[in-house]
Design a binder for this molecule. Structure first.
Ligand code: AQP
Length: 333
């Protein structure tokens, strides 16, 4: 049986990048207990999170996922810290992964920036916890945005080394599922940086909760160049901001960059941005209404997450216990 796993950090309001690169691809993958989607709060604290905000954002993220189409009755939706198996396996993986492997991870370099010595150890070993999230369920299909590809390759290296060291075929190979024209949505202020929920500039991203006026303003202010849109995708080379906006419209309207350009090629950005803002508002409004309805009843969201954690632990515990046995840990009971 193929099992799907993916996660998202409650490190802010989910962005259009999270939605197009990940969340909306999860919806058609729901397949009962063979599909697990996780709000990864343990990953979020690898950089500082205000405790009250983290709790609020964790519930808000769960509500956003449900509002985007994840149904807790059709998949397992839960919070990472509610299932201790993730952290147990992560510790084993900390001892399997090599420092040289982690030194190559570009996300650590991006997030730690110049202050590498001041970054948390958690941020450094983040990919080991991510590998554990997936292997805790023997998941093989992992739908993520393009930015996570390197971490999934590392998760496969860790699994292979574990299997080799302990002489078993225990952890399967993971297949990254990186989908669509918007696998990497870029910042609205800088076409060379990905859109991120923790970017200090709110103007760099569309939050799923932005109202119509905010969306229109952010798109109007989005960085572009003075040339009109080209009629073919070839003309987007070396124009990262234009390419990003075209990619977003294509993704949000279930179209392609070619089709968008054959309709809008030759137009200036003023007119194009109006079309884009309108399409975004049409997509986001129903999601926002549903999120509001869910957050007006937090007890129901929390109860769904608790049920999800119970089901997730039912799958995870025997797998992680077996990994612990293979390592040589004495049973606790
Ligand atoms: N800009 C993006 N374009 C496409 N996909 C993206 N994802 C994130 N940003 C983009 C995908 O969203 C999923 C959840 O990501 P995450 O929250 O676990 O961590 P992240 O990749 O670090 O996302 P952010 O928004 O940049 O969060 P912060 O700011 O907290 O670091 C993943 O599948 C990711 O690929």
């Amino acid at each position: 049986m193929q099992r799907v796993f993916s996660g998202i950090q409650p490190s802010g309001i989910p962005t259009l990048g999270n939605y197009l690169g990940a969340i909306r691809n999860w919806v058609p993958m729901q397949n009962g207990d063979a599909s697990l989607f996780c709000v990864v709060d343990q990953h979020a604290i690898t950089v500082w999170q205000d405790p009250k905000e983290l709790a609020r954002q964790t519930r808000e993220m769960a509500a956003a996922l449900i509002a985007c189409g994840l149904d807790p009755e059709r998949c397992i939706l839960f919070v990472q810290s509610h299932v201790p198996a993730h952290a147990r396996l992560a510790w084993i993986f900390n001892c399997v992964a090599r420092i040289g492997w982690l030194n190559r991870m570009t996300q650590f370099k991006d997030k730690a920036g110049k202050d590498r010595e001041g970054a948390s150890v958690g941020l450094y070993v983040y990919p080991n916890l991510m590998a554990a999230d997936i292997h805790t369920y023997h998941a093989t299909q992992v739908p993520v945005g393009d930015d996570q590809k390197q971490h999934l390759e590392l998760a496969n290296d860790i699994a292979q080394k574990f299997n080799h060291d302990y002489g078993v075929e225990f952890f399967p190979t993971i297949e990254p599922l990186i989908q669509g024209v918007a696998a990497r949505v870029m910042s609205l202020r800088d076409g060379s940086k990905k859109m991120s929920k923790s970017d200090p500039s709110d103007q760099s991203r569309i939050n799923l909760t932005d109202d119509a006026d905010t969306v229109a303003l952010k798109i109007r202010r989005a960085k572009t160049d003075p040339e009109p849109l080209p009629s073919e995708t070839r003309g987007l080379e070396a124009r990262p901001e234009a390419r990003n906006l075209v990619g977003i419209l294509a993704a949000i309207t279930d179209s392609t960059a070619d089709a968008v350009l054959s309709e809008h090629g030759g137009k200036g950005f003023g007119a194009f941005k109006e079309v884009l803002a309108e399409a975004l508002v049409a997509k986001l409004s129903p999601i926002q209404a549903e999120m509001k309805r869910l957050l007006d009843d937090p007890a129901t969201v929390d109860a769904a997450l608790r049920r999800g954690a119970g089901k997730a632990a039912g799958i995870a515990d025997p797998i992680v216990r077996r990994a612990e046995e293979l390592v040589g840990f004495l049973p606790a009971r």
